[in-house]
Design a protein around this ligand. Structure first.
Ligand code: SF4
Length: 224
C-alpha cells in the first residue's frame, strides 16, 4: 500500500502538500518555544476539546490531512457512521478521547493532523483591542499563569500571529468550499470530499454511496 506522502501527491489537491508541511513546521516552531520557556498545557487537560463542536469552527480544507489519515487506516466507514447522526455539531469533536468520566481529562487522538485552530490555543497570538499582541489562551491557562511575566512576554513575541497563519492557510487552496463549519461537520465533509476524489481518480473503485461509503484497501491512485 502507498504511504501517506505518496497518497497526498496522488490526490492532486491544490495546496495540500504545503498544508501538511506547514502543520509540521508550525508544531516544531511552537514546541521549541514551549520547551525553551517551559510553557505547557495542563497535563492531560482536554478542556478546549470538551466543548460542543460548533464552538470549534474550521474549513474542510484544514481537515483534509486528517481525513486522508483516517481513510489510509480504513476507518472512514466507522467515522462516517458516527458523523451521520443528527446533532453532531452539539457533541464534542469525535477525535477527542476522554480518559475521565466527565471528559475533562483526555487527549487528541490525531494530534499530528489536527486543524490549524487547534494549534493556535497556547500556540498562537492575536491583536487585542489595544492593538497589542496577546497569546491565545484558554480559561485554565489564563487562570494558572504559572510562568513569569518576562517568559510570557517572550512566548507571546515568538508565537505566530493567528490572522497571518489563517490567511496563509486559506490562500493555499481555491477549489474547496472555504466556509467554516463545526469541526465534526468539517471532518465529515473532508472525508466525503476525499472519497469522491478517489472514486473520480480511480473509476474501478466502487461508486461512493450510502452505506457503505468507504474506499476499499489499496484504492488510492498511483501518483503521476
Ligand atoms: S482535532 Fe484534536 S485538538 Fe482539535 S478539537 Fe478535536 S480532539 Fe481537540
Amino acid at each position: 500500500m502507498q504511504n501517506i506522502d505518496d497518497q497526498i501527491e496522488a490526490l492532486h489537491i491544490e495546496g495540500l502538500r504545503e498544508l501538511v508541511d506547514y502543520y509540521g513546521s508550525y508544531d516544531r516552531q511552537i514546541s521549541e518555544v514551549r520547551e525553551k520557556y517551559n510553557f505547557h498545557c495542563v497535563n492531560r487537560c482536554g478542556a478546549c476539546c470538551m466543548t460542543p463542536s460548533i464552538n470549534i469552527e474550521v474549513s474542510t480544507f484544514e481537515m483534509i490531512p486528517m481525513a486522508i489519515e483516517i481513510i489510509h487506516e480504513h476507518k472512514d466507514d466507522l467515522f462516517l457512521k458516527s458523523l451521520d447522526a443528527s446533532g453532531i455539531d452539539e457533541i464534542p469533536c469525535v477525535i477527542y478521547q476522554k480518559t475521565s468520566l466527565d471528559g475533562r481529562e483526555g487527549y487528541c487522538s490525531r494530534y499530528g493532523s489536527r486543524p490549524l485552530i487547534c494549534r493556535l490555543f497556547g500556540g498562537g497570538t492575536r491583536m487585542n483591542k489595544n492593538a497589542q499582541r496577546e497569546l491565545i489562551l484558554c480559561r485554565l491557562l489564563k487562570k494558572n499563569q504559572y510562568i513569569s511575566a518576562e517568559s510570557l512576554a517572550m512566548v507571546t513575541q515568538k508565537m505566530p500571529l493567528s490572522s497571518e497563519v489563517s490567511t496563509y492557510v486559506r490562500g493555499l487552496n481555491s477549489d474547496i468550499d472555504p466556509t467554516l463549519y463545526a469541526i465534526n461537520v468539517a471532518l465529515k465533509k473532508a472525508l466525503e470530499y476525499i472519497l469522491f476524489k478517489l472514486h473520480w481518480l480511480n473509476p474501478e473503485a466502487p461508486e461512493p454511496g450510502s452505506p457503505p461509503f468507504g474506499t476499499p484497501p489499496g484504492h488510492f491512485p498511483v501518483a503521476a
